[in-house]
Design a protein around this ligand. Structure first.
Ligand code: GDP
Ligand code: MN
Length: 380
């Protein structure tokens, strides 16, 4: 789970990491008032969206007076950055930057530990640096039993700074960020840039925190900050129905019982030249309620043009599934083509029930996938 910069900065401040003065605003008028309240000669208007690269997208602007702040806030609040609408902006006191650094803690699966990454080439081009000059980013493996005691924090801080004053500030920042990382079950804690100002202070002017979803139950304060995207909401809804559901970019909606069968179904759709719209494992049981829920989920996705239902009747009897399908479809009355393949226990009875209805019936998986792809290709 990601949180916004302003939320990350609140946690930074609580853990003793210096951040610049800032105010959160939702309208250009609020930004105008905030400019006065900030009492700084220059300020920065920053889009609050759950993605990086805001600077390059025009979502971070330096402003010198109330009117400019109002104008830039109007522009930024009308923007979309990487498909995400900007609903809030941060008005931050502008700082005089001498140099920009990159600091992050993340989990490295190869070494099975937390690693600290540091670079003196921080700022908006860090991705470029990582690609073209990876040697400019240092990586330190943290032993979980030792953590980040003073001597190590100093050693790492000295790789970026010569002045003892800066090293001392850096030690506090490293240890605070590490403590935040561990205590809040963070999977990525990043300060980019951490800046050295002309007054020789170190300040985190941007922050990113990603939390481990599986540990959120231990942190209700963090979980409360969640702002799920449309897609995440749909996936959470699917989980609450007892499904595993992953949305994809194709056009053929799949409803399958069993994860392996669901993957095989997707493979065949691709083999015959189309793309699946989702992975959906509805699990066992032929409860009509389940079929209805699953169908609703598929129909709610505007990309779905054809539905392929592939059910293997083991303990689940195919005639029960057929009954479920009929009930569900009487309720939902879908208008798109639906291909059904039922196999296993009582498959003949199941198919007989579906005969003469709106479904396209298939016997083998190949036939079903091919049929679904053909129906898709025939669509206007
Ligand atoms: P990002 O592009 O989403 O990572 O947004 P950042 O908050 O990191 O801002 C992008 C860049 O804007 C930073 O790397 C800085 O160079 C610049 N910037 C941000 N805040 C200030 C500020 O207060 N003063 C100055 N001079 N530059 C700033
Ligand atoms: Mn940044």
């Amino acid at each position: 789970m990601k949180i916004h910069e302003y939320q990350a900065k609140k946690l930074f401040a609580a853990y003793g990491i210096p951040v610049e003065k800032h105010l959160l605003c939702e309208t250009p008028a609020e930004v105008r008032t905030a400019f006065k309240e900030l009492g700084s000669r220059t300020a920065v208007v920053k889009a609050q969206v759950l993605t990086g690269g805001r600077g390059k997208a025009g979502g971070v602007k330096l402003v010198h007076n109330e009117e400019e702040a109002f104008k830039q806030a109007t522009a930024i609040l009308n923007m979309e950055i990487k498909g995400l609408p900007v609903k809030k902006v941060l008005l931050s006191e502008a700082v005089d930057i001498q140099s920009e650094y990159y600091v992050s803690f993340t989990i490295d699966r190869n070494t099975r530990s937390i690693i600290l990454m540091l670079s003196a080439s921080g700022g908006m081009d860090i991705e470029e640096v990582a690609r073209l000059n990876p040697e400019k980013i240092q990586r330190f493996i943290i032993d979980p039993f030792i953590g980040l005691p003073d001597f190590l924090a100093r050693q790492y801080a000295f790789t970026l700074f010569k002045e003892v004053e800066n090293v001392n500030s850096m030690v506090v920042i490293l240890q605070s960020l590490y403590r935040l990382f561990v205590e809040k079950d963070v999977s990525l804690a990043e300060i980019n840039p951490l800046v050295l100002t002309n007054k020789r202070a170190l300040i985190a002017i941007d922050g990113k925190l990603v939390f481990d979803d599986n540990a959120l139950y231990r942190h209700p304060d963090i979980a409360a900050l969640n702002e799920p995207t449309e897609e995440e909401r749909t996936e959470a809804y699917a989980r609450s129905c007892g499904f595993s559901y992953v949305r994809m970019d194709g056009s053929i909606g799949c409803m399958v019982n069993g994860a392996g069968l669901a993957m095989a179904t997707m493979d065949l759709i691709k083999l015959y030249g189309a793309e699946p719209a989702n992975f959906l494992d509805i699990g066992g049981s032929s409860n009509p309620r389940k079929v209805t829920d699953a169908m609703q989920l598929l129909l709610a996705d505007p990309k779905v043009c054809v539905v392929l239902i592939n059910i293997f009747g083991g303990i689940t009897r195919c005639d029960d599934v057929a009954q479920g399908l009929i009930q569900a479809f009487e309720m939902l009355k879908p208008t798109i083509p639906i291909v059904v393949r039922l196999t296993g226990t009582n498959e003949k009875e199941g198919r007989a029930l579906l005969a003469g209805k709106q479904f396209f019936i298939a016997q083998s998986l190949e036939e079903a996938a091919q049929k679904a792809v053909n129906l898709f290709n025939e669509l206007p």
